[in-house]
Structures are given as C-alpha cells and as structure tokens.
Design a protein around this ligand. Sequence first.
Ligand SMILES: Cc1cc2nc3c(=O)[nH]c(=O)nc-3n(C[C@H](O)[C@H](O)[C@H](O)COP(=O)(O)O)c2cc1C
Length: 216
Amino acid sequence: MTLQRYVSPALMGSRDLSSSAAPPTLITVPDRTQYTKGSLNLDQLDPSDPIKTFTQWFDYARTSGLVSSPEAVTLSTAHLPSGRVSSRTVLMKKVDSRGFVIYSNFQTSKKSRDLATNPRAALNFWWEHLERQVRVEGTTERLTVEESQEYASVRPRDSQLGAWASPQSSVINDREELDELVRAVHEKFSQTTNIPVPPFWGGLRIVPDSIEFWQG
Ligand SMILES: Cc1cc2nc3c(=O)[nH]c(=O)nc-3n(C[C@H](O)[C@H](O)[C@H](O)COP(=O)(O)O)c2cc1C
C-alpha cells in the first residue's frame, strides 16, 4: 500500500481492488545476454576461510578498475515482531577475521531500530562488471567507542560534525531545520580540535555465519 502511494495516487484511484484481473504491466525487462564473464571453481575458494576468499575478491574488484565503489553494499535488517524487512546502501569500511564493519547512526535510523529488536543482518555486494555477487548473513555487534573514535577521527571534520548534526532517517520540516542543526554543531565544537564521536554514532560489525560467492 505504501508503494502505491509512492508510485502514483492516480493509479491507486483507478485500480479496482476487488477485481481479480491482472493489472496492466508497467515495465517489462527484455532478456539480456547471459552472464559469461568467468567461472567458479573450488580451487579459487577456501571453504575453511571464506573471509580470506572475500578479501581476495574485494582486492580484485578494487584493483580491476571495473568497479567504482566495491565497498558500497546493501545492508538488510528485519524488525521483530513485525517481520518487516528493509534494505539500504552503506559503505563497508573494514574487514577483519571477525567480520564486516560499517558506520552509521544508532539512535534514529531505521536500521538501528530494526537491530534493537533483531541483531540479524545481511549484506549483499554486487560487482556488475565482474558479474560477481557476495552475500553475507550474520549477527551484528557494536564496535567499542574507542574503535569508533579511531575511525571517526580520520574522517573529514565536516563529516564528523555531520554525524553529530544529522538525525538520520527522522522527518524534518525543511532544509532550514537541518542547516540550523549543522550551524549549532559547528558552533558547539568551534573551539574543539579533536571532535569526540557522538554516543549515538559508530561502527557496526556484521559477524558472518554464512558467506555465498556467486560468479556469472
Ligand atoms: C552510496 C551510498 C553510501 C551510503 N553509505 C552509508 C553509510 O556508510 N552509513 C549510513 O548510515 N548510511 C549510508 N548511506 C545512506 C543509507 O543508504 C540510508 O539512507 C541511511 O543509512 C538511512 O537508512 P535507514 O533509515 O534505513 O537506517 C549511503 C547511501 C548511499 C547511496
């Protein structure tokens, strides 16, 4: 229903919801060529250490010149008890043997509200020009304040202040309101060289229990 609201109010008005007739097709996508870029052989994978395989695939994606932002990844979360699932793009900033790290707001964002009810999450990397996908499923945990501070400190000052200013995913009245929040934060930290990481912002680690590698 929400989708219909976004698609077109006129469409909603004209649809007869009691009819079982299929609605008119709005988009059709023609068949495309087959995925033939590569092949996947067991000797390219290390089932005992999938994070190592991910690291190799990521390095290849980064150095191939074919993937502009290999770190851009879809993060999915699921709210409980409603079961409502939501996805959004985030940037993966670090991988180590424990898992995949992203940074976000933990107070107002929908992902944080979902994770408060259900720590399970999934990541989906799609590197189109390599015809490669990596899917990760796991459980999330917060990085320590010290770890988040370490990352936050190397971000541009405006980004650090933006983390303080942004009520991510909250409804604001207009652009002015956001500009005012930014102005207030700049004022608050005008004499501060080392900006502390906000208590409501930081790193989230997705600790995987399964990683799937797909090659076209
Ligand atoms: C390319 C790209 C990178 C993004 N990176 C991040 C990120 O690293 N962290 C983040 O919180 N949001 C990031 N966003 C914004 C999210 O997609 C999303 O709008 C925001 O996190 C709020 O989502 P939520 O309300 O579902 O939690 C990015 C968006 C795009 C398009």
